[in-house]
Design a protein around this ligand. Structure first.
Ligand SMILES: Cc1cc2nc3c(=O)[nH]c(=O)nc-3n(C[C@H](O)[C@H](O)[C@H](O)COP(=O)(O)OP(=O)(O)OC[C@H]3O[C@@H](n4cnc5c(N)ncnc54)[C@H](O)[C@@H]3O)c2cc1C
Ligand code: FES
Length: 276
């Protein structure tokens, strides 16, 4: 159980891990996540389920600190000590019409299963993937297969259009009837996409990733203000209407452990920055 059968570096600091767990596969739906623990001394790390088929679970992890680095250093044949899930609510999948799906950085990973299911339900998908540079872009080949059109933006212009996902979204909202937007990525990206969605009166789903500890609504670590009410992203989300989120509070809370996170990361990542 939880044995890793594949681990691949798919982009700069980004790993795809496939491990065995039949129970999770039987019960998971797009939008849900897991909490994994490498060993009994490790932190609990929330990760979205990207695929679940034939008892094999696929997750994608970006190395951003100590725990994600430790997971990226696991080998085929190693097993996670604990895997809890599926956690959280599944996405609101139904026929909406024209959908713009936006993935920023590793946010493309949680977005993929949702986009796949929205496509299966008969929606027309336009996807926008944004990344810092060509080496950090992930899953563009898989998005291409399920999208009527895929736009790519990179901050440095090394692939696709130079700029941000919001540059493309602005143009699309002028040109096309968009029925709903799905955006998953860095908080600032989701906040900016939400602003555009509100200005254009288009609903927008976002997936929130505040710090989570237990993932079951007990510890309160993941509390967020939604329409001025306190909600727990792990049990009430992780997806919410972007217009209802108190973004400024959420963004400032994300940096509250920055000093501790910095001191925990004392060794260098082995991932080759030119892996892709
Ligand atoms: C519901 C959910 C789904 C997620 N899905 C993915 C995914 O599919 N792929 C992926 O690469 N990342 C995902 N994340 C983020 C991932 O959990 C964090 O990047 C990881 O926990 C960082 O741990 P660290 O020790 O390496 O980094 P640290 O150095 O501890 O922290 C770096 C940053 O990571 C975030 N973080 C740290 N600990 C946690 C925690 N316990 N919970 C949430 N965020 C944390 C904080 O923003 C922090 O500033 C998800 C988070 C949530 C809440
Ligand atoms: S992670 Fe503890 S309440 Fe959500």
């Amino acid at each position: 159980m939880n044995e890793i059968i594949e681990i691949n570096c798919i982009a700069n600091l980004t790993y795809e891990i496939i491990f065995c767990n039949g129970e999770i596969c039987e019960n998971s739906k797009p939008g849900q996540f897991l909490i994994l623990q490498k060993d009994e001394f490790s932190e609990r790390v929330p990760l979205t389920i990207v695929n679940c088929e034939d008892g094999k679970v696929r997750v994608i992890i970006k190395v951003v600190g100590r725990s994600s680095l430790e997971i990226s250093e696991m080998k085929v044949g190693d097993s996670f000590k604990n895997v809890v899930g599926p956690l959280g609510n599944h996405s609101e999948i139904r026929k909406y019409g024209n959908i713009v799906c936006i993935g920023g950085g590793v946010g493309a990973a949680p977005l993929l299963p949702v986009t796949r299911e929205l496509k299966k339900t008969g929606n027309k998908i336009i996807s926008i993937l944004g990344a810092a540079d060509a080496n950090s872009l992930i899953l563009d080949d898989e998005f291409e297969k399920i999208s009527e059109k895929l736009y790519i933006t990179t901050n440095d212009g090394s692939k696709g259009k130079k700029g941000f996902v919001t540059d493309i979204l602005k143009e699309l909202l002028k040109e096309k009837k968009v029925d709903i937007i799905w955006a998953i990525g860095p908080m600032i990206m989701m906040r900016e996409v939400t602003k555009l969605s509100v200005e254009n009166a288009v609903p927008c789903w976002v997936s929130l990733n505040p710090i989570m500890v237990d993932g079951t609504g007990m510890c309160g670590a993941c509390r967020v203000h939604i329409k001025n009410e306190i909600k727990f992203a792990c049990v009430d989300g992780p997806e919410f209407s972007g217009a209802d989120v108190n973004w400024d509070e959420l963004i400032s809370r994300l940096s509250q452990y920055r000093d501790q996170e910095k001191s925990a990361t004392e060794y260098k990542c082995r991932c080759d920055s030119n892996a892709k």
